[in-house]
Design a protein around this ligand. Structure first.
Ligand SMILES: Nc1ncnc2c1ncn2[C@@H]1O[C@H](COP(=O)(O)OP(=O)(O)O)[C@@H](O)[C@H]1O
Ligand code: SF4
Ligand SMILES: [Mg+2]
Length: 361
């Protein structure tokens, strides 16, 4: 982990952060709408699922950006857009200043080598008919320049060792491993091409709680060893707490609050973040007794028909008329501007207020 850089805001256009680092990825107004069609013979578009609707953030070299939000809020779609597995409806994804959504052929292949993904479910993401050696070595087939054929076996064994697996397991099949070990295999494959960025889509959500910490610890160690930047996706704020330098909270296709981890956990200003935090387990029994649990009313609205104005307003206990009329932008709320305190971070709420939900660690 590195020191947290200042979060990018729509008002602070991308550029070097105060430590002089340029972001490695800059995501600008990213939108992905999936068309909804009707009719069998003449398919007519009748609407769109607004899976991702105007997401902007920066990722700095060597940092971990946690992305958190309930199921269906668009996290995996953001990940797939970054990996070029989906084409955006609009918006930009700049890798070292170059818009990768416009690249193709050799230029795209060169960029893709540097951005790798670790998937959620280690049971379905590994081909059961391939040996571990073939799974981890597969990226070398696409990028033979990284490891010449005669050297691949040794490279794969090295990768097994790096992720804490016995290099002699190279000829085994995925079913011969536990869930945690399979995720280590997925991580080894992600590392094979020595990427700069790893997009990890809920990498520990499918694992037993006892194994989750081991995999998170491994990812932290690998980050230091290889200088990796992570986008670490989770549906639960407690998992990203220890690994993230900064956290973005998503709701219905948007980021609603973005800041350094201490700012988000100890000084949240958006009601949705506060509600999510109120469900995070608190180890200290005394603190647990005094905490307030915020129960949200109703369900998440359909992304095909999101509420007007603030998308969170149908479940927000603070909603007023203005919330239905005006969409709050993701910027530092005027009340906190210039305070130089931990509440001075972007929060998309007209009535942003600090509320301590989780006792400081
Ligand atoms: N290929 C697709 N076609 C239509 N809708 C999709 C597609 N992929 C995702 N969606 C919808 O987009 C929304 C966001 O999905 P997703 O990005 O998977 O959310 P998350 O990863 O946060 O659970 C959901 O409503 C989902 O049903
Ligand atoms: S803008 Fe209004 S509805 Fe939205 S989070 Fe803030 S108070 Fe709630
Ligand atoms: Mg997902």
């Amino acid at each position: 982990m590195t020191t947290a850089p200042r979060p990018a805001t729509p008002e602070r256009p991308a550029g070097p952060d105060p430590d002089g680092r340029e972001p490695i990825l800059q995501v600008r107004n990213l939108v992905k709408h999936f068309p909804l069609t009707q009719g069998i013979l003449f398919r007519k578009q009748v609407g769109a699922v607004q899976a991702v609707d105007g997401v902007s953030f920066d990722l700095y070299p060597g940092e971990t950006l946690g992305i958190v939000g309930e199921s269906g809020c668009g996290k995996s779609t953001v990940a797939r857009l970054l990996m070029n597995l989906e084409t955006p409806t609009s918006g930009e994804i700049l890798y070292k200043g170059e818009d990768i959504t416009r690249l193709s052929g050799r230029a795209l292949k060169a960029v893709r080598r540097n951005i790798q993904m670790v998937f959620q479910d280690p049971y379905t993401s590994l081909n059961p008919r391939m040996t571990v050696g073939d799974i981890i070595g597969e990226p070398f087939e696409i990028h033979p320049e990284v490891a010449p054929k005669g050297d691949r076996r040794r490279r794969v064994q090295e990768l097994l060792d790096v992720v804490g697996l016995n290099p002699e397991y190279i000829n085994r099949y995925p079913h011969q491993f536990s869930g945690g070990q399979r995720q280590r295999i997925g991580i080894a494959r992600g590392l094979a091409l020595r990427p700069e960025v790893i997009v990890a889509d809920e990498p520990v959500s499918a694992l037993d709680v006892s194994v989750q910490a081991q995999v998170v610890n491994l990812m932290e160690r690998l980050q230091d060893e290889f200088g990796l930047a992570y986008m670490f996706i989770a549906h639960d704020l407690s998992i990203v707490r220890h690994i993230a330098d900064r956290v973005g909270v998503m709701y219905l296709g948007r980021i609603v609050e973005l800041g350094a981890d201490a700012a988000i956990y100890e000084h949240p200003t958006h009601p949705y973040t506060q509600a999510l935090l109120s469900a995070v387990p608190v180890p200290n029994p005394e603190a647990r007794e005094h905490r307030e649990r915020i129960i949200l009313a109703g369900d998440v609205p359909s992304p095909a028909d999101p509420p007007s104005g603030c998308r969170f307003r149908t479940r927000c206990w603070k909603a007023q008329e203005l919330c239905a009329e005006k969409d709050p932008p993701l910027t530092v709320p005027p009340v906190f501007r210039g305070t130089a305190g931990p509440t001075e971070h972007p929060s998309a709420c007209h009535f942003a207020e600090e509320k301590q939900v989780v006792p400081p660690e």
